[in-house]
Design a protein around this ligand. Structure first.
Ligand SMILES: N=CN[C@@H](CCC(=O)O)C(=O)O
Ligand SMILES: [Zn+2]
Length: 428
């Protein structure tokens, strides 16, 4: 038998999140975590096989007995430490050139997101710079952002295009994401978001037509030729951007080429994006600061996951999304950093902290939302998001006996995180 990749032993606690093959948790079920705790005699061990999957989890004594003659490429003594699954970031815009640090001052002085956007800044500013950037330049900055995410514990991340707004630049961005998958040890769910804004000089209906008749067919062809692997379709459904009907048409066109529906809805105005998304059977809807009660009810019924982005409401001083109401209604809640030039945050532990303090989630709920449910929001919870036999050996080893320190120690996660493990390999 080939050598196994990794043995971690003597941990104080291993937070599995779930241990019965659950693929998503809703509402009240998000309150409870499955945890294996050390006993007086024994710590907790995890064995990762030669392919990078979890082969066993249990008390040290049992594991030692079962794997008596096993050899390992690496062994980690986790005495005094806790272990959680690799974090999953359900929503990011990490491919772009030209930061918007100057706009932060404008927003602090009171300019709203749409005022900046309508004056030609915001997404338009980033589009201008991203169109000019080469693939190599975009890849260079993307790689460093992905490494910062990894160092903060993220091992699976959703990454959007959306600063091209024309076929050539959208494809350039998707190709950059494709190349990054081979360069950085982080898993990526790739999202086409050509309808992220209405390009300057076009109307929303012209842009809708371009996305459906030009961009999607070109992306589909590249997918069929296996040159691109795209997983999700996204639209910014918002007053003054794409309306509900235009969004629906674009999402349907994406669904027709096999993409999962995962879009921005009800962020700044209550325009019934959630109702439409639930009717379409969307996998996930992000933001939802202004979601209606009916929208929540329909999302619970359709099993559409709410991807909540605590940084957005915090930075833009928006209403907080009604997360407690969603949880009480049985909606599955996931979390994302929303990393983009407006919300420059690459850290899921910080996002979880904001979710707890500002959105009134419990720490257990925040961990479920940042692991299993975020994985489910990109259709990957059969491999990611919990520590169970057969799943990817992706985990974060914390230099604290109680995992909650990762949230509690505000801004201190880089000290709390001892190692990040991707499929059994120590990457941080
Ligand atoms: N709201 C739309 N999209 C992004 C912001 C993108 C940008 O401002 O560049 C978001 O999710 O927050
Ligand atoms: Zn976004």
């Amino acid at each position: 038998m080939a050598s196994r990749r990794l043995l971690v032993h003597s941990a104080t606690q291993v937070v599995q999140v779930v241990n019965n093959g659950e693929r998503v948790l809703t509402g009240p079920a998000m309150k409870k975590l499955e945890i294996i705790q050390r006993t007086n005699e024994d710590g907790v061990s995890i064995v990762i096989d030669s392919k990078g999957n979890i082969e066993a989890i249990g008390l040290d004594g049992e594991v030692k007995k079962t794997f008596k003659n096993a050899t390992y490429e690496k062994t980690i003594d986790a005495t005094g430490m806790s272990i959680i699954p690799g974090l999953v970031d359900g929503h990011t815009h990490p491919v772009w050139a030209g930061d918007r640090v100057h706009e932060f001052a404008m927003k602090l002085a009171g300019a709203t997101y749409m005022e900046v956007h309508e004056s030609g800044g915001g997404i338009h500013y980033t589009v201008e710079h991203t169109r000019k950037a080469t693939e190599d330049e975009l890849l260079h900055s993307l790689k460093s952002r992905l490494w910062r995410m990894l160092k903060s514990g993220t091992t699976l991340v959703e990454c959007k295009s959306g600063y091209g707004l024309n076929a050539d630049t959208e494809i350039k961005m998707l190709q950059v994401i494709e190349r990054a998958k081979r360069k950085v040890p982080i898993d990526i769910s790739s999202t086409y978001c050509g309808a992220h804004a209405v390009p300057k000089g076009s109307s929303a209906s012209e842009a809708t037509k371009d996305v459906i008749d030009v961009q999607i067919p070109r992306i589909h062809k590249l997918m069929q030729e296996e040159k691109l692997h795209v997983d999700n379709i996204d639209v910014f459904c918002e007053l003054g951007v794409f309306n509900v009907e235009q969004t629906k048409q674009i999402l349907e066109a994406g669904k027709n080429i096999g993409l999962q529906i995962n879009f921005h809805g009800d962020e700044l105005h209550p325009i019934k994006s959630a109702e439409m998304g639930a009717d379409l059977g969307a996998t996930a809807i992000s933001h939802l600061e202004e979601v209606s009660d009916l929208g929540i009810e329909k999302m619970a019924e359709s099993g559409t996951i709410a991807v909540i982005l605590p940084t957005t409401a915090y930075i833009l001083r928006l209403n907080n999304p009604p997360v407690r109401k969603m949880l009480a209604s049985g909606v599955a809640v996931a979390l994302g950093s929303d990393f983009n030039p407006n919300a420059y945050c690459l850290s899921m532990p910080l996002v979880m902290h904001l979710a707890c303090v500002n959105l009134h989630m419990t720490m257990n709920e925040a961990l479920v939302a940042a692991t299993l449910n975020a994985a489910a929001s990109v259709g990957k919870s059969s491999t990611h998001g919990s520590l169970e036999v057969g799943k990817y050996g992706d985990m974060v080893i914390l230099d604290e006996p109680k995992w909650e320190n990762m949230i509690y120690q505000l801004g201190g996660h880089n000290h709390v995180i001892k190692h990040v493990i991707k499929q059994g390999k120590v990457v941080v």
